[in-house]
Design a protein around this ligand. Sequence first.
Ligand code: PLP
Length: 429
Amino acid sequence: MDHFHYRDRALYCEGVAVEDLATEYGTPLYVYSQATMLHHLRQIQTAFADAQPLICYSLKTNGNIHIGRLMAEHGAGFDVTSGGELYRALASGGSGDKIVFAGVGKTDDEIRKALEVGIRFFNVESEEELANIAAIARQHGRKAQVALRVNPDLPPKTHVKTDTSVKGVKFGLDIETVVEVAGQYVNHPHVEIVGLHMHLGSPILSTDPYRQGSAKAVDLIKKLRHQGHTITYLNMGGGFGIHYRKQEALPAAAFAEVLVPAAKQSGCQLVLEPGRFIVGNAGILVSRVLYTKSTGGKRYVIQDAAMNDLIRPTLYESFHRIWPVRPAPGFPTPPSDYEADIPNAVRCDVVGPVCESGDFLARDRCLPPLRRGDLLATFSAGAYGMSMSSNYNGRPRAAEVLIDGRRHRLIRRRETYEDLVRPEREVPT
Ligand SMILES: *Cc1c(COP(=O)(O)O)cnc(C)c1O
């Protein structure tokens, strides 16, 4: 469920007409529905309530501090993957004891800073990293809490670039050797192994990987306890899929059905790191048609959002629903099946201004006829949209606006040309 809907043939986000937002804030524009993101956070909180989970919102999904603040205010902690995200988590009002830190390449500075603010635990991804965290904790007279990230070696379950639990990816420790690594840290003065971490990949549209992964985790936790570790946390990461094409995503309750019993069986507190599930369907990217043209036997709609604003189609061949904010007569609302032929529609590629053949938001897509000046909405763009944006082709980043009922509030201003060159100007001459 989300709060984007057509009323009198025009798209609304909650109680606000998207056309009005485009007029006021310009395009390309990210529009977020507060009710939608809070609904999804609550759905997870409710479904998993029996396991009293620590829900750490994955900041890399959408790091805007105003969204972060909403998460913190509604009970979430944060999952961060860098010092920059740790900074964002704190700027969002996050408290250290609800922050977990993952990533294969944590620098000494990042580890030091995380120890200083007292994060809950590090998700450790290699033997060398574990040794380094121990050394830094020792220098600072601390004891670092860590969860060992394990690669459970499961069958492929999502796009190859975002599958993190098949053999051979860079993430985590091998399941065959993790117990051996842990053996060297029993009663260690500066490192305490308190948990097991398993982020399987994303997006995942089935509960099977969670069933298989958590079974392996429960088994491993027994072995780690047998060694003498006090394992308190079972961290099953994020990865819950969302609706990109139609209503293909599972409700949080389906994942809870698998993970809550596993957590109980392990005798651990469950930790989750959802990102996409919370904000993915809560955001759209609004753009304006610049030109249309036919070339090489193909029809193109050229609009002002590009791969620098939303790179998922280019990077992962991802599918995003696209529909006009005010469709031509005869096309009142979006189709239930975007991949089927739509009578009287035009099959076209939706592309941006960036100088790359790979710059597109959609290919061979049936859309109502479009004209210069028409507005388009690209749906399910709240996750890995703005957070993966860049300035490529000298393009300032889009503005972001948050909707709450009939109110709208700018939560990131559009970047200016001056923003583009400032770090280059601010150097010694
Ligand atoms: C990216 C990531 C997540 C969030 O994944 P979603 O699919 O957005 O829920 C959680 N944990 C880790 C370690 C990640 O890298």
